[in-house]
Design a protein around this ligand. Sequence first.
Ligand SMILES: [Zn+2]
Length: 88
Amino acid sequence: MTDLENSREKQTDNKHREESEDPVSPPECHRRSCTDPAAFVALERYQEETGHGAVEAEAFLCQEHAAVESPANLDSSYADYVFRVEPL
Ligand SMILES: [Zn+2]
């Protein structure tokens, strides 16, 4: 049974290693031709035109572009409409 225990340990090791090595690269700015790392996420929740329900659109933005981000779907706003910019 020593072999079985060894292999089980190895599997656990591998799993742990994969998780810890999982690369968490910071997202880049969503704006075209901007490669700055994103510092904010802009979230807009609006009612889809087709009436299928609320849609949430998220965009990662650098500080410069987050400052000029503005609501894009005000014509589809409704009671629970949301537009907000949050730091990452
Ligand atoms: Zn940017």
